[in-house]
Ligand binder design. Sequence first.
Ligand code: FAD
Length: 118
Amino acid sequence: KLPTDCPPDVAQLGRSSWTLLHSITAQYPENPSPEKQSETRTFMQTFAKLYPCWHCAGDFQEWMKNGNAPRVSSRDEFGRWMCEAHNAVNVKLGKKEFDCGRWEERWRTGWKDGRCDF
Ligand code: FAD
């Protein structure tokens, strides 16, 4: 594991990026305006092109093209879509899939067992 003050490797970049992406879904409106939905679609397409791990970016673009265009009609839709995107990478890397019914506990409200309460 690299110290955090060195240039990030693919794993460190990934963890930081998922934190940003899931946090964006956590703050997304429950009823987004058409303009917000359009900006969000554009953001995800641009993100997938600029993501600074080129083979990751290529696979992510392919995944979106293959019937997985961003679903941005509500916070829950977008949060679940992001969870599915992350799970597609988890599967590719041989990691466990995350239960997308719990995306909001992980990224917005905190776990129901109180482990995020301080
Ligand atoms: P991460 O996968 O980074 O997850 C961080 C935390 O998110 C976890 O601890 C868990 O609490 C939570 N979490 C896990 N799964 C989900 C989910 N489905 N929904 C919500 N929360 C979840 N790495 C590669 O080696 N090759 C690639 O091709 C590749 N492609 C990537 C594409 C994108 C768009 C991004 C953002 C990252 C990619 N990565 C890739 C990085 C990879 O996904 C991981 O971030 C990295 O391997 C570090 O994994 P980690 O086990 O520390 O946890």
